[in-house]
Design a protein around this ligand. Structure first.
Ligand code: NAD
Ligand code: UFG
Length: 339
């Protein structure tokens, strides 16, 4: 199968490129390097010994995307390109709506012109909102999001459903709701490389462990959970990547819209992750308890039964592998790709 990955130089896209190539599929990547580096793709090629066709372009640029998609004519497009920082989306909502929604509309329009039919989308567990009670099931109604980033995912899901509905059984749309992607490829050659101060837990812990930051602030220990800290469904990025291989294979052999949770079904607390990482890196990761972070939900984890039943996929790696691989990436590349 020929795949085209928008945002394929980013964290999840680069790991998915490895999984796709290892499954015997072809990979082309479109990225504008807003939040990534072409070095990630060079490393994908080193890991797999296979080549990737790389285009530097904005996925919202219709002329450019027409040219690229005409040249590639992929069997399946996987749309990772997007802006993803929750806090930044509150400060810059129009940039988030413009980039995330425009890229999706451009791809749908050009796909229609060229007769391309299969689309896999990076959605998020954030669309379950605050009122659903975990484990989250795909059949639950979507909830109200707490920030513009979340709303862009919510809206893109709706746009894709509407386009598929209007296509008279031509389009195939797979909406993947990721839980908390963490970890790195087991080689330690590719991983998450956030710009500036990390917003997310695992890159923050990694940077404390490697000495780039003094300590982690745990956002609240007064939640109604066993140790008082929030619980999440942390999924190894290579498990997530392998889920994309199954989803793309499913997309090319079905029509209609399908939603899948990609999670493990197992919740872990913030302190569970600090302890697992301390074990993996061989020293205690320093932390202090701070106030709650605005917008955080207490609990979020998946019911992952549908992906297992329909895609024959389930997460195989646990938090020890997650921390081992994140530490390998961080300790081998203390400054990420920027060295
Ligand atoms: P990332 O920032 O590492 O990757 C996104 C990539 O898209 C980057 O390489 C960036 O340069 C590129 N990009 C952004 N706008 C573009 C545009 N207009 N044209 C071309 N390229 C563009 O993020 P990630 O963690 O790999 O996330 C991938 C997708 O998964 C995103 O859509 C994100 O919202 C979604 N997602 C991520 C998480 C998470 O926790 N990482 C959770 C749920 C959903
Ligand atoms: N946390 C800390 N200290 C930190 C960072 C995070 O204690 O420095 C805690 C948070 O309070 C939360 C947990 O660690 O309890 C996980 O936080 P992350 O920021 O890593 O992840 P979130 O669950 O908040 O958000 C993630 C993605 C979003 C997505 C959301 C729902 O980053 O893009 O899941 O899918 F919208």
């Amino acid at each position: 199968m020929k795949t085209l990955l928008t945002g394929g130089a980013g964290y999840i896209g680069s790991h998915t490129a490895v999984a796709m190539l290892e499954a015997g599929h072809e990979v082309a990547v479109v990225d504008n390097y807003y939040n990534s580096s072409p070095e990630a793709i060079r490393r994908v090629e080193q890991i797999t010994g296979k080549s990737v066709t790389l285009y530097e372009a904005d996925a919202a640029d219709k002329e450019k995307m027409r040219e690229i998609l005409k040249a590639e004519m992929p069997d399946c497009i996987i749309h990772f390109a997007g802006l993803k920082a929750v806090g930044e989306s509150v400060a810059k909502p129009t940039e988030y709506y413009r980039n995330n929604i425009d890229t999706t509309l451009t791809l749908l329009e050009v796909m229609k012109e060229l007769g391309l039919t299969n689309f896999v989308f990076s959605s998020s567990a954030t669309v379950y909102g605050e009122d659903n009670v975990p484990p989250f099931l795909e059949t639950m109604p979507k909830g109200a999001c707490t920030n513009p980033y979340g709303w862009t995912k919510w809206m893109q899901e709706q746009i894709l459903r509407d386009a598929e509905f209007a296509s008279n059984d031509t389009l195939s749309v797979v909406l993947l709701r990721y839980f908390n992607p963490v970890g790195a490829h087991e080689s330690g050659m590719i991983g998450e490389d956030p710009q500036g101060i990390p917003n997310n837990l695992m890159p923050y812990i990694s940077q404390v462990a490697v000495g780039r930051r003094d300590h982690l602030t745990v956002f609240g220990d007064d939640y109604d959970t066993p140790d008082g800290t929030c619980r999440r469904d942390y999924i190894h990025v290579m498990d997530l990547a392998e889920g994309h291989v199954r989803a793309a294979e499913y997309a090319v052999s079905h029509k209609g819209t399908e939603v899948f949770n990609l999670g493990t079904g197992n919740p872990y607390s913030v302190l569970d992750m600090v302890n697992a990482f301390s074990k993996a890196c061989g020293h205690q990761v320093k932390y202090e308890i701070g106030p709650r972070r605005a917008g955080d939900v207490q609990d979020s984890w998946a019911n992952a039964d549908k992906a297992k039943a329909v895609l024959h996929w389930e997460a195989k790696r646990g938090i020890d592998e997650i921390c081992r691989d994140a530490w390998k990436w961080q300790s081998n590349n203390p400054q990420g790709y920027g060295e």
